[in-house]
Design a protein around this ligand. Structure first.
Ligand code: PEP
Ligand code: MN
Length: 346
C-alpha cells in the first residue's frame, strides 16, 4: 500500500503517519520526491484495507499496490532512481552515478588473476572510457576443479588497482559469510546469476549500505528478479542496480539468450536502474559490441563487459573476453549512442 501525502503536509503530520503505520504493526518507508512525499507500507497489508488511513491529517490518497514488489515498483517511486557508487577512500568525492541518465560502463576481466594482469587491463579500459572496474575474487564455477578465484588476495589486488586508476570496483559475493570481507575492499557488491535467489545473501547485503549489482538468474523471470531486488530494498539498502545477462534457452549457438525486452519491461515496472551484460549473455566476442549497442538503444543504464589482454591465457571466460582494443572500439559507439539517447557517461 502506498500513502500519498498532501503537497502541504507538515513535518509533524509526516511523523504522525509514520507512527500510526508502525503502531498498526507495519514498517513505513518514507520517500521524499521533489514534489511529493510518499509512504510505503511494507508487509502484508491486506488487513489494512478496512483501516481509514485516508482520514489521517496530511494524507491525500491511499493506493493499493497491485505488484508484489513494493519498494522496487514505479508506483512507489515514479522517477528513475540514481544509484551512486563512490570510489574508495583514495579518491574522496569521486562517485559514479548509475540511472536517471547516467550510464555505468563496467569493464574488466572475469577473474582477478594477478596484480600485473589486472593493472594492464584496468589502464586500458580506463583509457577507453570505462568508469567502474570489475574482477571476480570469489568465482562461481560449474566445476570444482576450475579456478575458484584468489579470494581475499584477489580483493586486495582489485582495491589497489582500482585506487591506482581512480575506478570504483565491483566484485562478486557468493555467500553471506563473505559479505564482511567483500564489504571491506569493494565499492559495489555483485550478486551473480547463480545466487539471485540466495535469500540469506540478499538480506545480508541488504543490511549494508553499499550498492549492489543484482544479476538476473539464468531461469528467473523479470518478476523473480524484481522480487529479489525487493529483498535487498526491504532491508534498507536502496542502492540496487539490476543486470540482464541472458537466460537459458534451447538455442545453443550462444551461451545464453539475451532478453533485451527485459530492459524496457523492467523500466515500465520499476524505478531501479538496469544494465546489460552482453558478455555472459552471448559468450561470443563477435556478438558483444552489437548487443552493447542494442542495450543502450533499448534504454539500459549501462553495460558490463569482460575484457582481457590475453584471452587465450585467461583463467576463466577467456573465449568471451574482448581485447582492450575491441573494447575501445565498442566504447566509441557507447559515446555516440549516449548522445543520441540524451545520456551521459560520468
Ligand atoms: C560474472 O560476472 O563473472 C559472472 C559469473 O556472471 P553471471 O553471474 O551473470 O554468470
Ligand atoms: Mn565471467
Amino acid at each position: 500500500m502506498i500513502i500519498v501525502l498532501r503537497p502541504d503536509v507538515t513535518a509533524e503530520q509526516i511523523d504522525h503517519v509514520l507512527e500510526r503505520i508502525a503502531e498498526l504493526g507495519f514498517k513505513p518507508h518514507l520517500s521524499r520526491g521533489e514534489h511529493r512525499t510518499i509512504v510505503g507500507v511494507i508487509g502484508d497489508d491486506s488487513r489494512l484495507q478496512a483501516t481509514p488511513l485516508s482520514a489521517i491529517p496530511g494524507v491525500e490518497q491511499v493506493l493499493p499496490v497491485l505488484k508484489p514488489f513494493k519498494l522496487a515498483s514505479r508506483e512507489m517511486h515514479p522517477g528513475d532512481s540514481i544509484v551512486e557508487v563512490p570510489a574508495g577512500d583514495a579518491h574522496p568525492g569521486h562517485t559514479v552515478k548509475i540511472g536517471g541518465g547516467h550510464l555505468a560502463m563496467i569493464a574488466g576481466p572475469c577473474a582477478v588473476e594477478s596484480a600485473e594482469i589486472l593493472d594492464d587491463i584496468a589502464g586500458k579500459v580506463k583509457a577507453a572510457g570505462a568508469n567502474i572496474l570489475r574482477g571476480g575474487a570469489f568465482k562461481p564455477r560449474t566445476s570444482p576443479y576450475s579456478f575458484q578465484g584468489l579470494g581475499e588476495a584477489g580483493l586486495k589486488i582489485l582495491r589497489e588497482v582500482g585506487d591506482k586508476h581512480g575506478l570504483p570496483v565491483v566484485t562478486e559475493v557468493m555467500d553471506p559469510r563473505q559479505v564482511e570481507v567483500v564489504h571491506r575492499y569493494a565499492d559495489m557488491f555483485q550478486i551473480g546469476a547463480r545466487n539471485m535467489q540466495n535469500f540469506d545473501l540478499l538480506k545480508e547485503v541488504g543490511q549494508t549500505r553499499k550498492p549492489v549489482l543484482l544479476k538476473r538468474g539464468m531461469s528467473a523471470t523479470v518478476k523473480d528478479l524484481l522480487m529479489s531486488a525487493e529483498y535487498i530494498l526491504s532491508e534498507g539498502n536502496l542502492g540496487v542496480v539490476l543486470c540482464e545477462r541472458g537466460v537459458r534457452s534451447f538455442e545453443d549457438s550462444t551461451r545464453n539468450m539475451l532478453d533485451m525486452s527485459a530492459v524496457p519491461n523492467v523500466k515500465g515496472q520499476s524505478h531501479l536502474p538496469i544494465i546489460v551484460d552482453p558478455s555472459h549473455a552471448t559468450g561470443r566476442p563477435d556478438l558483444i559490441p552489437p548487443m552493447a549497442r542494442a542495450a543502450i538503444a533499448a534504454g539500459a543504464d549501462g553495460v558490463h563487459v569482460e575484457v582481457h589482454s590475453c584471452p587465450e591465457k585467461a583463467l576463466s571466460d577467456g573465449p568471451q573476453a574482448l581485447l582492450p582494443g575491441q573494447y575501445a572500439g565498442l566504447f566509441q559507439d557507447m559515446r555516440r549512442l549516449a548522445e543520441v539517447m540524451g545520456k551521459c557517461i560520468d
